[in-house]
Structures are given as C-alpha cells and as structure tokens.
Design a protein around this ligand. Structure first.
Ligand code: ADP
Ligand code: MG
Length: 325
C-alpha cells in the first residue's frame, strides 16, 4: 500500500533522513519509533506530500507522491505533529470546511456527525476550537484526518500531550481503525508502539535501524537466553560444574560475597537447563538461593538500538532544536 524507497532529506547541511526504506501493507499498523530528532516527522511530511524530498521515492497505492501530490493526498488522512486547526471556528464548522476542501462526496451532515462520534467530539461540536483542552484539540485534528475515510492514515505522535486516560482511549481507537485503514503511527514511546502496531520501524539519526514484526522484535534481539543464579559455594568450582551442564555456552561471575556467588549463564535456546542446575548443585551440596531467567526487554533493546544516537553530539543538538519547532 505504501512504499518508501531510499528516501533522503537534507535541511541545508543537516541530513535529517538518509536512505529510509520500508513498506506498509494494506490494513497494517506500522509504528515509526525513534527518539526526538530521529526524523519521524520529516519522513511523514514527505510521505503525505507536505514536504519535498532530496532524493528517493514514495508511492501510495501505486501513486508516486511527488509526481501526483494531489492524487496521493486524496488517499491519505494526515494528523501532523501540530494539528492544523482554525481555532476561531467551531468544531463542526471547521470539519465542514475541511470536508469541502477535501472535496468529499458523501452526505456532508451525516458524515461529519459520524466522524465526530468516532473521534469522541460530538459533545463539543458547537464549541470554538481554541477553547478546547489539548486532548480535545488533538481529537479534532484526528477527526480532520479521518474525514472521507481515506484508506491511509498518517498520525504523527498523536498521543503527545494527552492525559493517561485519553491515551488509552486513543490507542483503542487507532487499533479499531486499523481494521479498515492502513496506518502509520509515530511515537518516541516504545511501549505504545509495541502495544498498537503490527510492525515497528525504528529510526535513529535519520536511518532505519530495525524493521520487524512487533512479535519478532524482542525475540530476535535477545540472542541466546540467559539465567542468573545465586549459589552458596566456591566460585571456581561452581562455575566449572555449571559449564559441564549440557547446553551451557558461557558462565560469567557477576559477584562474590560471603561465600555466595552470583553467576550469569548463557545457554542454548532449545534446552531448559534449570533442572540440571538444580541436580548438579544439589549433588555438590551447594544450595541455590535464587534462580531466574533474564530476558532482554523491548525497552532495553530500544535503548541499545538508539544508544549511539543519544550519545552523539550531533543529535543532542538536533534534539534541542526540535523541541522548539
Ligand atoms: P522527529 O520527528 O523524529 O523528532 P524531525 O523529523 O522533526 O524528527 O527532525 C529530524 C531532524 O531534522 C532534526 O535534527 C531536526 O532538528 C531537523 N529539522 C526538522 N525540520 C527542520 C527544518 N524545517 N529545518 C531545519 N532542520 C529541520
Ligand atoms: Mg516529530
């Protein structure tokens, strides 16, 4: 449905994005995840035809965006980072205005009523937009994107500034819309993306660092499984005994104190070694005080993936700039 191919954008000397490529299938919810300044908004602005690219290509439903921006825009509902609202209009007037602008061929009154219901803003239809809370403004921006039910929705950090209840509602809404629409959703919050999205593209410093199905992501990066044990016994002998267990790849001594050793064991993924650890240590009469699996969380993975960018000076500067936009 959406194909982004080797997309690059430079602002003067700054390469905001470089060679970004990914595809989004019909009906898929894709999460564009990355720290501030990573290039999410730039990517989305180009996909939706609101910003020119430096090089590369974007097609939506086979239409090249830069060649036929009008046609492409018809396929897309866009909620930019800062929603474009005419804040002196009432909610209903504003949606009517956008309806006309988009040239939507549906019964106007009914359609707007339906969209307002979906976005949860029917109760504020007659209110002037500027008097609404941030959460409601965001919903109006969202309603504006949803008008005409475009097949593609592009939502740039739609939950920023919402309170926790609103965030939960919004996520539900996006999930339900994912059944009928193809959605690109950006966020710098991993948990949110992993909860809503089928697929996650992580961008860092303007480049794609990961493109994975959400379900595969943690697994792929966790590598060989690990177990941490606390055992009462002499470290050298305990480690030696552990290494002799079938499937154990590596042991690392984490700490040793008062005759108690903490050891991290890396083992083959197809073998559960816990029972053997117990049997071997019991035979030697070294009590196991604690034993637990170590799993690399998605959170840790994300930190690892984006660590280099967070540390680089270049990006510190980027992050600063972005905040003021
Ligand atoms: P994100 O949405 O992931 O936070 P952006 O796409 O907004 O990232 O920004 C990517 C980089 O491009 C940042 O370094 C930002 O400062 C820079 N940038 C964004 N917009 C502009 C602009 N109009 N002019 C110059 N630099 C920009
Ligand atoms: Mg952004």
């Amino acid at each position: 449905m959406i194909e982004v191919s080797k997309l690059s954008k430079a602002y003067g000397k700054l390469n905001a994005i470089q060679d970004i490529s990914f595809t989004v299938d019909e009906g898929e919810i894709l999460g564009l995840l990355g720290p501030n300044g990573a290039g999410k908004s730039t990517t989305m602005n180009i996909i939706t035809g609101y910003l020119g690219k430096t090089s590369g290509k974007v097609t939506i439903d086979g239409i090249e965006v830069s060649e036929k921006p009008k046609e492409a825009k018809k396929k897309v509902g866009y909620l930019p980072e800062i929603p474009p609202l005419y804040t002196d209009m009432t909610v209903e007037k504003f949606l009517g205005f956008v309806f006309d602008l988009k040239g939507i061929e549906l019964p106007k009154k009914e359609h707007i009523a339906e969209i307002m219901k979906t976005a949860g803003i029917s109760n504020v239809s007659g209110r002037i937009i500027k008097n609404l809370s941030k959460g409601y403004k965001q919903r109006v921006g969202f309603a504006q994107a949803l008008l005409g039910y475009p097949p593609v929705l592009v939502l740039d950090e739609p939950t920023v500034g919402l309170d926790p209840n609103q965030i939960i509602e919004f996520r539900k809404l996006i999930k339900s819309l994912g059944k009928k629409h193809t959605i690109i959703f950006s966020s710098h919050i991993l948990s949110e993306v992993s909860e809503i999205c089928d697929r996650i593209v992580v961008i860092s410093q303007g480049k794609v660092v990961t493109d994975e199905k959400t379900s595969d992501l943690a697994q792929k990066f966790s590598g060989a499984p690990k177990i941490v044990v606390d055992i009462q016994g002499p470290s050298a002998e305990v480690c030696q005994a552990l290494r002799e267990i079938e499937g154990v790849l590596k042991t690392e001594l984490i700490s040793e104190e008062n005759g108690e050793v903490k050891i991290r064991i890396t083992h083959k993924s197809n073998i559960d070694i816990r029972q053997n650890i117990f049997t071997v240590m019991a035979a030697k009469n070294y009590p196991i005080l604690e034993m637990g699996k170590v799993e690399l969380s998605l959170e840790e993975l994300y930190l690892q993936l984006t660590a280099s960018s967070e540390n680089s000076q270049n990006n510190t500067e980027k992050t600063g700039k972005r905040g003021k936009k």
